[in-house]
Design a protein around this ligand. Structure first.
Ligand code: WT7
Length: 645
């Protein structure tokens, strides 16, 4: 990487940020050489414990066993709310910005406390106890965070399901986690469009007889169906409740939440996170990575249905007593100026979004940005997929007026919090690189033989020692957790990503090395989309791959083989697209369906995806060796067919 593409730490950050380069180095060294001392200090300074731990960590990556702050007791809602009250009762905890620019709400820490306590009491009245699973299927409204925090207060385990998922996907998640209570809204509102959340929930609940309570927030007032005895208006349940509620004493290793995410095979996995380690890493990264300072207004544009929303809208910022902005809408509504207007309206200092949004807004033209001030901004963030240097430069120059460093944060649902990331006062930036490891994180690149790559080089990105925010298990299937993350390279956590390390020790994520797609920063298993397609009775077989897409990063390309005698038609394509939307949700809708009379397979019947990826990307001169295929002619057929799509 040439010097020209190096963005040095701005002088004022060097002086004023919590961590400069010397401090980063010293702290990093301590974090890997004396992890117990390091993490004990951080856990004491960031969190309030009801009972101290007896051992900092007891982890064994060979066995996939991870535990932090053994025997420590704390409550997440106390850490995110109650302990701030003496100093911050009247400070805004949540700024809610509605889909409609005329709608907003400012919720103080006191109000947050009262709302969370009321809901806690209501949930307890409906029988929710410590360890129970509660499904949250909600739009981006304050009640979503009340619901998460009320579960945490009880010690119940929440499973937030993104509001864009279909009834079918919701049903699978409710059943897998064995939830008996669902919290939803009548409808969501995004970009002026209504999302029928209660209707979707009703369809899902037809197959979930164990759900005895469905709590519904009235958001739009739209028509909904009602099942007496099961359905309750949120407002009715909380109205008469006292604004105090006891907080459960929770063990550091008691579960906080389950969040489903896609893998390369089978159904989505319920990634389980626990209490102490997760909250510590969320809080610490929120402070250090964004150089969060007292009084800053902080905005992460994610949805609470993803881990980014968990760690960086709710838990990290609230644990730090910050003011966190929660946005109901989309970046392009009413127009592409919305984000920048919201930044000016609320004086946002820290803005954290995804490359796909940046690329879409970049495409809309600079005027939408330059007509706003954005003078309040000091730090920008990026998350979810590699950010291409062009989008990085635009974000830096046009949005940040060449003044605000960009924190390109690499992490995963499973890691709980940032793992590779710059720090604004310490690390020089290189566009497209997630730079260096956060404290305590020991990344390694492993070659095909499982050997650690030394110095500059490329390999599969693995992590060599446990970290506090790490996945603890896959809910209900610990063996799947071991198989997925710990069996490929014994003794290491395997991320599923490939990466390159340059001569300066900076990491460059090259993308997934497994059959997982990253579509607009959303994780999607090719197997999930394939399973949906083959449900159609005219479909014999389907193979799904990713291909480069200007806005989404990756698009979904589906090859479909029909049953003998069936004819391809546009009508059938529409049916297939609708089927995927029904089974998973609109985020999984293939961008391209190509009819495939046959698929390239090895003689043992394995589909050679490498070839399908090349054809999808239109990289026809680098198909590689096709001689081992059972029927090499299939490839030319697909190439000819491609032109006719
Ligand atoms: C996968 C994890 C992290 C929360 C949102 C997504 C990709 C994520 C980056 C980044 C390059 C990134 C990886 C990772 N990814 N952030 N800054 N640079 N790639 O969480 O749904 O669990 O997806 O997203 O491929 O494995 P997720």
């Amino acid at each position: 990487m040439s010097e020209a593409n190096l963005y040095p730490v701005p002088e004022h950050f060097k002086k004023n940020a919590a961590i400069d380069l010397a401090r980063y180095k010293a702290m990093y060294e301590q974090s890997v050489n004396s992890p117990d001392t390091f993490w004990a200090e951080q856990a004491t300074s960031f969190l309030t414990w009801q009972q101290p731990w007896t051992q900092v960590t007891n982890s064994n990556l060979r066995k996939g066993e991870v535990a932090w702050f053994i025997n420590g007791k704390l409550n997440v809602s106390v850490n995110c709310i109650d302990r701030h009250l003496p100093a911050r009762a009247n400070q805004t905890a949540i700024i809610w910005e509605g889909d409609d620019p005329a709608e907003d709400q400012f919720i103080t820490y006191q109000e947050l406390h009262d709302q969370v306590c009321r809901l806690t009491n209501a949930l307890r009245e409906r029988g929710v106890k410590k360890g129970d699973r509660v499904c949250i299927y909600m739009p981006m409204i304050p009640e979503a965070s009340y619901a998460m925090l009320a579960c945490a207060r009880i010690g119940a385990i929440h499973s937030v399901v993104f509001g864009g998922f279909s009834p079918e996907a919701l049903k699978d998640r409710i059943q897998d986690a064995d939830c008996q209570v669902v919290i939803t809204a009548d409808e969501g509102l995004r970009g002026g469009k209504r999302v029928p959340l209660k209707k979707n929930t009703d369809i899902a609940l037809n197959h979930c007889p164990k759900v005895h309570t469905c709590i519904v927030v009235k958001r739009t007032g739209g028509d909904v169906q009602w099942r007496e005895g099961r359905d309750f208006w949120y407002e009715d349940l909380v109205a008469h409740q006292p604004s105090e509620a006891e907080s459960a004493i929770v063990d550091s290793e008691d579960p906080l939440f389950i969040l489903y995410t896609s893998g390369s095979t089978g159904k989505p996995k319920g990634v389980l996170h626990t209490t102490g380690g997760y909250l510590l890493q969320a809080a610490m990264t929120h402070k250090y990575v964004f150089d969060y300072q007292e009084g800053d207004i902080y905005w992460c544009t994610a949805d609470v249905g993803w881990v980014t929303g968990h760690s960086y809208i709710v838990y990290g910022p609230l644990a730090n007593g910050a003011t966190t902005l929660m946005f109901e809408g989309v970046p392009t509504y009413p127009d592409a100026s919305r984000c920048w207007q919201v930044i000016d309206k609320h004086g946002v200092n820290i803005f954290y979004t995804a490359p796909t949004a940046i690329r879409a807004l970049m495409g809309a033209g600079n005027d939408y940005v330059t007509k706003t001030s954005r003078a309040s901004l000091k730090v920008l963030g990026s998350v979810g997929e590699p950010i291409n240097p062009e989008a990085w430069e635009w974000y830096y120059r046009v949005v940040g007026d060449s003044r605000c460093p960009i924190m390109d944060t690499w992490w995963q649902t499973e890691t709980g919090a940032h793992m590779l990331t710059p720090l604004p006062g310490a690390i020089d930036l290189k566009p497209g690189s997630a730079t260096v490891p956060f404290f305590g994180v020991q990344p390694v690149l492993l070659d095909a033989d499982g050997k650690e790559v030394v110095g500059a080089g490329e390999g599969n990105l693995c992590i060599k020692a446990a970290w506090p925010g790490q996945i603890r298990t896959v809910f209900g299937d610990h063996q799947r957790c071991v198989d997925t993350y710990y069996s490929t390279y014994p003794g290491y956590y395997f991320t599923g990503d490939g990466a390159r390390r340059d001569a300066d020790g900076y990491y460059w994520i090259t993308g997934r090395v497994d059959d997982v797609l990253n579509v607009s920063g959303h994780r999607m298993g090719t197997a999930e989309v394939e399973s949906a397609l083959v449900l159609h009775d005219k479909v014999a077989e389907a193979a799904v791959v990713g291909y480069p897409h200007d806005i989404k990063g990756q698009g979904i390309y589906a090859y479909v083989t029909l049953m003998a005698g069936e004819q391809p038609s546009d009508e059938l394509k529409k049916e297939l697209l609708a089927l995927v939307v029904k089974e998973i949700g609109a985020i999984a809708r293939p961008d391209i369906i190509q009819w495939a009379p046959g698929l390239p397979k090895t003689r043992s019947g394995k589909i050679m995806r490498r070839i399908l990826r090349k054809i999808a990307a239109n990289e026809l001169d680098s198909l590689g060796d096709t001689s081992t295929l059972a029927d090499p002619a299939v490839v030319n057929e697909l190439i000819d067919n491609r032109a006719n799509q």
